[in-house]
Write a protein that binds this ligand. Structure first.
Ligand SMILES: [Zn+2]
Length: 82
């Protein structure tokens, strides 16, 4: 019992979630989010196929109040309005 095996070095970097920031809702402070989609309508002029298309943009919305974190609105064309 006096010969403990050395721990093998781990090849993968362990994620320490205690050190990671938790994103919380900017409106109500809730920390759980649900998957949600914005649907962007691409006009026939903009579409590579020349036809009108619907493009889903995945975001997460607050499971409590439904607010989408403003950071996730960047690049969707939905975050500039104020
Ligand atoms: Zn919320």
């Amino acid at each position: 019992m006096s010969n403990p095996k050395p721990m093998p070095p781990k090849a993968e970097v362990q994620l320490d979630l205690n050190e990671a920031d938790t994103i919380t809702c900017q409106e109500c402070g809730n920390a759980s989010f649900i998957q949600s989609f914005f649907l962007k309508k691409i006009s026939a002029l903009m579409s590579p196929t020349g036809k009108e298309a619907i493009v889903p943009v995945q975001v997460f919305s607050c499971g409590n109040c439904g607010t989408v974190p403003s950071k996730m609105l960047e690049g969707t064309g939905l975050g500039q309005e104020s």
